[in-house]
Ligand binder design. Structure first.
Ligand SMILES: [Zn+2]
Length: 260
């Protein structure tokens, strides 16, 4: 199923929601008055043009800690286990024009040191944005967490193709909104949300950025090593929503340390 989207008729509310796949934390002012173009993944609004589309997107090209990256660990440490306390359900799923995003009710947290981050939403990219040891995956999920003062932490989960369908993914895909900006009710239980992460949560850790404009840095990334599985058909169903990939190309690691 290929859904045709019309960007010209989007409302202000839609623009606010479509400005970033991290829209919950980074709401950008509408660009309707200045006639700036919305960013995207193809042609003249593709990732190589993001920094030209809006002054606020400058860091997309100038930043030195941009995401995604090819994860090749530089330090092997005994990283502490991820302190996840997911206790809430999801509320709805929205097509924000760049990805399909599941919004989660308050009450699920991720603690790093003495900082507690709240799970806000999770969304998907196909193919994966990060690579692991030069390997790309057909789908990557980003669980976006924020502190009350707006610091961000992402947990990323890779999916690899297998024969069987992934039941939770199937439930999410069945609720895909038909129009950009449209929200559909989607109640996933705490257990279903937890099932979107592997039991073994060994991870790679590094500092990066949002992978979508405004490409803000200082995002704490945790990419889980163990992938989950998804069927080929499910990957295709997600791809067909946009008719193109929604992954930003790999960015330079520069002087960053990638911990394992
Ligand atoms: Zn993302």
């Amino acid at each position: 199923m290929k859904v045709i989207r019309t960007y010209a008729s989007v409302t202000l509310a839609t623009l606010l929601l479509t400005s970033s796949c991290f829209a919950t934390e980074h709401t950008i002012t509408s660009n309707t008055e200045t006639h700036e173009k919305d960013w995207g993944y193809t042609s003249d609004v593709s990732p190589s043009h993001w920094s030209e589309l809006n002054k606020k997107f400058k860091i997309c090209s100038e930043g030195k800690s941009q995401s995604p990256i090819d994860i090749v660990p530089s330090s092997h440490l005994n990283l502490p286990p991820l302190e996840l306390d997911y206790e809430s359900k999801s509320q709805n799923v929205i097509d924000n024009g760049h990805t399909v995003q599941v919004n989660v009710a308050e009450g699920s947290t991720f603690t790093i040191g003495d900082e507690t981050y709240e799970l806000k939403q999770f969304h998907f990219h196909t193919p994966s944005e990060n690579n692991i040891n030069h390997k790309s995956f057909p789908l990557e999920a980003h669980f976006v967490h924020a502190t009350k003062d707006g610091k961000l932490a992402v947990i990323a989960v890779m999916f690899e193709e297998a024969k069987d369908i992934n039941a939770v993914i199937s439930k999410i895909w069945s609720k895909f909104p038909l129009k950009t900006g449209e929200k559909t009710e989607l109640i996933l239980t705490t257990e279903e949300i937890q099932a979107l992460m592997p039991n073994h949560k060994e991870y790679y850790k590094f500092i990066g950025s949002l992978t979508t404009p405004p490409c803000s840095e200082e995002v704490r990334w945790h990419v889980l090593k163990k992938p989950l599985s998804i069927s080929k058909e499910q990957v295709k169903q997600f791809f067909n929503i946009y008719g193109h990939s929604n992954n930003r190309p790999i960015q330079a690691v520069n002087k960053r340390n990638i911990l394992e």
